[in-house]
Ligand binder design. Structure first.
Ligand SMILES: [Zn+2]
Length: 382
């Protein structure tokens, strides 16, 4: 059975369409700590299309007692002992004051909350009335409405911020991935250049007869230019070495119709960097396969002309060492070295370069001549 009551107590018509539950209260606590709890205020406020917080504030003002809305329990708690009928009276008073249109007395009001007052627009009659801040509940509604707006804005900002952060995070992740890729690329690049970076760690004999062994001179020698072709050649060599394709080189050069000289120069470019002095013994096996003919051997010497005379002028002092290294590894015999040293000019380098290279090679060439004559003398003795 519907025990709901009309929201207007001056109307007894049971068919009156605006109804609400009669208030239900309980009391808790003892003595000065007793509280009156409205257990069905949520339902009542919904029937009145208002908020329980507003009604609670109204009770507090009217009863001159502390009252609060317990969101968790959906209850209004009023400090003190109050009769249910007293609360019901207040609810009717609340309705009269804030729910009914002052003109048509219908509970059809829309509230437009401003900064200083509230506009009540009646959906039924269209009449508009205002209440200002001097009314304590109006003031409360304005304040809580502002608070709510602020809260909503804050939430919006928070959400926006959150979205931004998420977006940022996403971008950062993407960037990080990109950076990682870039770093990997950089590392690869670095590795590439590292191929040539191990460059001229040339061991210099303190008692050497042709080298300036001062730090300054060594540093100067170290600061050679690195040409792209050398980088590429080193890279190719690494691949060739790794894949053990050295033996295929002959086939390749034959397919490319390279003559002995061109092929030898290519091999030298491929095998040697500025660290050539150390690389000669290291690559002896490959070299012995590739440098067999007189033409090839002269081409290697021509390569030394270019490397030390033109590509890396800093290496000019290394000429005798390089030639000696080929000799020591049985790659170029003395007869070819002497023939090379006796040339008036070279097809591998320009005249002044060639003259300089031969001049630098002189100590070793002289030593070769001596060694040859000594061994000849020994042969003669026999
Ligand atoms: Zn009205």
């Amino acid at each position: 059975m519907d025990n709901r009551i009309n929201i207007r107590r001056d109307i007894n018509d049971p068919s009156y369409r605006y109804k609400m539950d009669p208030v239900e209260t309980i009391q808790k606590g003892r003595g000065g700590n007793t509280k009156t709890i409205i257990t069905n205020i949520k339902d009542i406020s919904e029937s009145l299309e208002t908020k329980p917080e507003y009604m609670t504030q109204f009770f507090s003002t009217e009863l001159a007692s502390r009252a609060w809305w317990n969101e968790e329990q959906k209850q209004t708690v009023i400090k003190g002992v109050f009769e249910e009928s007293q609360i019901q009276d207040l609810i009717f008073k609340f309705i009269e004051k804030y729910i009914l249109c002052p003109v048509c007395k219908l509970p059809e009001l829309d509230l437009v909350v401003g900064t200083n007052d509230i506009e009540f627009k009646c959906r039924a009659s269209g009449c508009v009335s205002r209440k200002n801040k001097s009314d304590r509940l109006i003031s409360f509604i304005i304040k809580s409405s502002q608070l709510q707006k602020a809260q909503e804005n804050a939430n919006k900002k928070k959400n926006k911020k959150k979205q931004k952060q998420q977006q940022k995070k996403k971008e950062e992740n993407e960037n990080q991935n990109q950076n990682q890729n870039q770093n990997e690329n950089q590392n690869e690049n670095q590795n590439d250049s590292n191929l040539n970076m191990n460059f001229p760690d040339v061991k210099v004999n303190e008692n050497d007869w042709s080298l300036d062994t001062s730090n300054e001179a060594q540093q100067k020698r170290l600061q050679g230019k690195i040409c792209c072709w050398k980088n590429f050649a080193s890279f190719c060599y690494l691949i060739l070495q790794t894949l053990q394709l050295q033996r295929k080189l002959k086939d390749v050069s034959e397919k490319l119709s390279w003559n002995q000289t061109t092929r030898t120069l290519f091999v030298c470019e491929l095998l040697f960097g500025k660290n050539m002095l150390e690389e000669i013994p290291q690559r002896k096996e490959v070299l012995s396969l590739l440098i067999k003919t007189k033409r090839a051997k002269l081409a290697v010497l021509g390569f030394i002309e270019r490397l030390c005379g033109e590509d890396y002028p800093d290496l000019i002092e290394f000429v005798p060492h390089l030639v000696k290294a080929f000799y020591d590894q049985d790659l170029i015999e003395e007869e070819f070295i002497l023939e090379w040293a006796n040339q008036k000019s070279s097809k591998f380098s320009k005249q002044p370069t060639f003259d300089l290279v031969i001049e630098k090679a002189k100590p070793f060439v002289e030593w070769l001549k001596t060694a040859e004559s000594e061994s000849s003398e020994k042969e003669d003795d026999n």
